[in-house]
Ligand binder design. Structure first.
Ligand code: DC
Length: 219
């Protein structure tokens, strides 16, 4: 079966998840938030108190890891060993640990086939950091979505339910994560040479999706 794969990469808070969801609805296909998988790894590292910087321990941990997606109409459910962990993976602590542990080549290798296997049977929009560069170099359409740091931080801040939130610390964390993700050796965050770059600083989600649809439908 030949499937149509669309990739959306970019830094945190650029709007990738919302855009991917809407685009996949318009195209009647699934969307896959690969960041959730790295968050699932971080969640299990924390829960099991894994010394992930020790390569031997990390290998054993990854061998036992059992992450899975259940695709629902309005979103994705992340399962770990049969348990729904979707609601536990969006904390700032998990964001930071997902960013640092995802720099480990072993972690990336452990998730690679899982991502590619989904694409074998389903048309899909995949969002992440290395979709167009490493995981799906032959994707039909590749986009790289970005926006000014302060705008991304404001968007993330507005999504947070916590009363004690603080926009400056959200921005600081985002900047650290961007640096981690783009400077690591293994599959760093960067636009694929053939990706179409979209700056969403002054665009709404609908405008971004319209731009993408025009490009996809023109081809
Ligand atoms: O997309 P997100 O913010 O939920 O991703 C959390 C972290 O996971 C991100 O800081 C880096 C890592 N990640 C990655 O390395 N590769 C991906 N394809 C997706 C996420």
């Amino acid at each position: 079966m030949i499937t149509r794969i669309i990739t959306i990469d970019g830094p945190a808070g650029a709007g990738k998840t919302t855009v991917s969801k809407l685009l996949s609805q318009k195209l009647n296909c699934v969307y896959v938030d690969t960041g959730a998988l790295y968050r699932g790894v971080a969640y299990e590292i924390l829960r099991q108190k894994i010394d992930w910087e020790n390569d031997d321990i990390l290998e054993l941990f990854l061998k036992d890891l059992d992450l899975n997606f259940v695709m629902e109409n309005d979103g994705l459910i992340l399962m770990s060993s049969g348990k729904n962990i979707t609601n536990f993976i969006r904390t700032p602590q998990i964001s930071m640990l997902a960013s640092s542990s995802s720099a480990k080549p072993q972690v990336r290798a452990a998730l690679l086939d899982f991502q590619r296997n989904i694409a074998k049977t389903k048309d899909a929009v995949f969002e992440g950091r290395d979709m167009g560069t490493v995981v799906f170099p032959d994707a039909a359409y590749k986009f790289f979505l970005y926006a000014d740091l302060s705008v991304r931080a404001k968007r993330r801040y507005n999504e947070m339910p916590d009363e004690k939130k603080d926009v400056n610390s959200v921005q600081k964390q985002m900047e650290t994560r961007d640096n981690n993700d783009s400077q690591r050796k293994s599959a760093p965050l960067k636009p694929s040479a053939d990706a179409i770059e979209i700056d969403s600083t002054f665009l709404t989600i609908e405008q971004v999706v319209d731009k993408m649809l025009k490009i996809i439908e023109k081809a």
